[in-house]
Design a protein. Structure first.
Length: 196
């Protein structure tokens, strides 16, 4: 046997197995060798092709008998061109409508985000000058309770227990950043060491 003939036999054996004419690989090789051997090789090959066509037709008939839905799909392939065009137009209209709805929703969300950003930026933290004025207002408001305590002192002596129970004014120390230091608090000797 030459290499070309072996390749042809192998290819024919594979085709026979794919088509279902041979059940095993050895059977397919034996049938392929019979086809290529002798004078009857070409006629046997043609006969095999005819039986293959008959088997395929028989399989199609069985399949169509078992699945009537497949016949409907075959007839649906024969839809006229104008119907296909109408269906495609409806699909494109639907898709365009859906895209427009989604883009409108996205734009609405972007507007809401922009509004929220402006609202957050308008409700910003107070500046330093605002904090200083707030501190000054607090200090101005604190002496009022002290005045009330002092006004409570001229009450008659018959209530000494109530005066003793009155809260003593709390001495407030100034904040280190604001000031309120004396010369002795900030002396140069506390910051530098000169020796001995």
């Amino acid at each position: 046997m030459d290499v070309e003939r072996i390749q042809k036999v192998n290819n024919l054996a594979l085709d026979l197995m794919k088509q279902g004419l041979a059940h095993t690989r050895e059977d397919a090789i034996a049938q392929a060798e019979r086809i290529f051997s002798g004078d009857k090789g070409t006629t046997a090959y043609n006969e095999m092709r005819q039986t293959l066509g008959e088997v395929e037709a028989h399989k199609k008939e069985e399949y169509s008998a078992m699945n009537p839905q497949s016949q409907e799909s075959v007839t649906s392939a024969e839809i006229p061109a104008y119907k296909v065009k109408e269906i495609l137009e409806q699909n494109t209209k639907f898709i365009v409508k859906t895209f427009k709805e989604h883009s409108e929703k996205i734009q609405a969300l972007e507007r809401e985000i922009a509004q929220l950003r402006t609202k957050v930026s308008s409700e910003r933290l107070p500046t330093v000058s605002e904090l200083v004025t707030m501190e000054a207002e607090k200090k101005a408001a604190e002496p009022q309770p002290q005045v009330q305590v002092q006004q409570a002192a001229p009450q008659p002596v018959t209530q000494p227990v109530q005066q003793a129970a009155a809260p003593q004014p709390v001495k407030q120390e100034p904040h280190p950043r604001v000031g309120g230091f004396t010369d002795t608090d900030v002396s140069i000797e506390k910051f530098f060491y000169y020796g001995n």
